[in-house]
Design a protein around this ligand. Structure first.
Ligand SMILES: Nc1ncnc2c1ncn2[C@@H]1O[C@H](COP(=O)(O)OP(=O)(O)OP(=O)(O)O)[C@@H](O)[C@H]1O
Ligand SMILES: [Mg+2]
Length: 384
């Protein structure tokens, strides 16, 4: 009887085995992969208790996992593992606190973002919002909309050419469609003057100061009116009071100290008068101008576009220790939106030409030539 010998090819077998294991691992469900990452990074409390999965909801775009937290752990502990989870699962991850603080909701998106999302937004779909801002779409295609009347003021940052001004155009058109009043300071004087038929634009130092002073005055009148109306939430006056928004494209453009002081007062006090500020800058540092750090701390909504992989720039925009903006791919429109939660979105793209077409198609009234309308006319004011 002849014995058949099995020929061994140790190197080849090892390679085959590695490929087999790789394929097996890629079929591992997302929740198990995340569990492996958390086990590997030892996410436990003082008593060695780990978070437990209490629910998993698979969806077309990935999976939502609900974790119960042992005492001593919170959402931040998950946040610090987010990048590792994203890398090991090939997903984009959103982490938010659950309803009662003892639960964390983790959404994993497997799908890819489209490269360009055209502007498509109707404020009518958000009847409770006074100043709706479509920030961008999440990887599942859901449009994330925030009410500036809740956010109060916003900072938009990121390197040159990655979508700040386009996002501002999206905001201007959305706000005008919602019946808000918008004005802008654009000292580069390239982009916003194209919308001058619809919004008042300050293009030089002197008119910027004048515009800021008008907002200051309007803030004082409105604050008194709101106090008299005894409403806590300005949304209650929807239909009676027009929400007013001041946009500043590139904060470093405004140079005089009087303007800086007014901006500081406005971000501190104007929300009580239904006035919101949206400020962009390529690099918001303490050196932007004296007092800018104080201003920045009152800009509670943050949008960070690609920032050249610079962790420091990302932290200046998104907050200390937050380098997520540096992890973004160099794709125009891709951004981190941070307010009550934090997530990666793709903003809608809107240029001036299309913006004007949308405004015309929706019969948004053009502004009268000449006089500034930042100070509301008496007949339009709510009665006190
Ligand atoms: N959401 C978007 N989707 C796809 N492409 C975009 C998007 N936003 C911007 N872009 C592309 O990037 C270009 C630059 O965008 P934008 O002018 O908004 O940049 P920026 O951040 O304002 O730059 P700067 O700091 O120089 O003013 C646009 O002309 C467009 O080609
Ligand atoms: Mg710009």
């Amino acid at each position: 009887m002849t014995q058949q010998r099995i020929k061994l090819n140790p190197l080849g077998d090892l390679v085959d085995m590695a490929i087999y294991v790789y394929h097996q691992l890629s079929d591992v469900p997302l929740d198990m992969k995340v569990q492996q990452v958390l086990d590997g990074t030892h996410l436990v409390n003082h008593f060695d208790h780990a978070p437990k999965i209490i629910e998993r909801r698979p969806s077309e775009s990935g999976m939502q996992i609900i974790w119960s937290l042992p005492p001593g752990l919170d959402t931040k502990d998950f946040d610090s593992r987010r990048l590792a989870i994203e890398q090991q699962t090939g997903t984009i991850v959103k982490i938010e606190p659950g309803a009662n603080g003892a639960v964390v909701v983790m959404t994993l998106y497997r799908s890819k973002f489209p490269k360009e999302i055209p502007f498509n937004f109707s404020p009518k779909d958000y009847p409770d919002m006074m100043a709706p801002l479509p920030i961008g779409k999440d990887p599942a295609g859901k449009l994330i909309v925030a009410d500036l009347a809740d956010v109060y003021h916003m900072l938009v940052g990121g390197a040159t050419g990655y979508g700040k001004t386009s996002e501002l155009f999206v905001f201007v058109v959305s706000l005008l469609l919602a019946g808000c009043k918008v004005s802008a300071i654009d000292k580069k004087a390239i982009d916003f003057p194209l919308l001058e038929d619809y919004i008042e634009v300050a293009q030089d130092e002197e008119s910027a100061l004048k515009m800021l002073k008008s907002h200051l005055k309007e803030k004082e009148i409105r604050t008194a009116q709101l106090r008299a109306a005894k409403v806590q939430k300005i949304q209650k006056l929807k239909g009676q009071m027009v929400y007013q928004v001041l946009i500043m494209d590139e904060a470093t453009g405004v140079e005089n100290e009087e303007s800086h002081a007014i901006i500081q007062t406005l971000v501190r006090e104007a929300r009580a008068g239904g006035i919101g500020l949206i400020i962009t800058t390529q690099k918001p540092s303490a050196n932007t101008w004296k007092g800018f750090t104080d201003v920045r701390s009152n800009l509670s909504g943050r949008i960070c576009f690609y920032c050249n992989g610079d962790a420091n720039d990302s932290q200046v925009i998104l907050g200390k220790g937050n380098s997520r903006g540096a992890e973004l791919p160099a794709i125009p429109g891709r951004c981190v939106w941070k307010w009550q939660t934090e997530e990666v979105l793709q903003s809608m793209f809107l240029d001036a030409e299309t913006a004007i077409k949308v405004l015309e198609a929706n019969n948004v009234p053009k502004r009268g030539a000449g006089e500034s309308e930042i100070i509301e006319q008496r007949k339009n004011r709510i009665p006190t």
